[in-house]
Design a protein around this ligand. Structure first.
Ligand SMILES: Cc1cc2nc3c(=O)[nH]c(=O)nc-3n(C[C@H](O)[C@H](O)[C@H](O)COP(=O)(O)OP(=O)(O)OC[C@H]3O[C@@H](n4cnc5c(N)ncnc54)[C@H](O)[C@@H]3O)c2cc1C
Length: 92
């Protein structure tokens, strides 16, 4: 079996995030804030926006590596860029 980072890259598209949840700043900093500048919505809060986006891309069966920090990016001989994530260090 391949190491985790290689299995992730062989299942495109893949998302690597050092946070434990999807959504970046929206989830981490303002999940309840009303957002008014998203096309197709008069108003949507951050949590619902992220849930909708995750549902939308689920069609493509994306791979998620959460709590993983991308530290190294190397171009292999075959031209493929290889990312090697390591477990993210979370502040106490
Ligand atoms: C309080 C607040 C309110 C806002 N309100 C609005 C608004 O109303 N409308 C609007 O359009 N915008 C708003 N913004 C701005 C908006 O949130 C950002 O523009 C948007 O989140 C940028 O998206 P992004 O995916 O580029 O980056 P981010 O949301 O920052 O996501 C980047 C992700 O990459 C991860 N990451 C970074 N480096 C690594 C690494 N080496 N390895 C693994 N993971 C990594 C981070 O953990 C993060 O989860 C607001 C921002 C804040 C803080």
């Amino acid at each position: 079996m391949l190491p985790d980072h290689r299995r992730v890259l062989r299942t495109p598209p893949a998302t690597i995030d050092s946070l434990p949840e999807l959504g970046g700043q929206v989830t981490a900093m303002y999940p309840e804030k009303p957002i008014y500048d998203i096309t197709g919505f008069r108003q949507v809060n951050g949590r619902d926006l992220v849930a909708g986006l995750v549902d939308q891309v689920s069609h493509f069966s994306p791979a998620y590596a959460l709590g993983q920090c991308a530290r190294q990016l190397e171009r292999r001989d075959d031209g493929i860029l290889e990312i090697r994530p390591v477990p993210a260090v979370t502040p106490r």
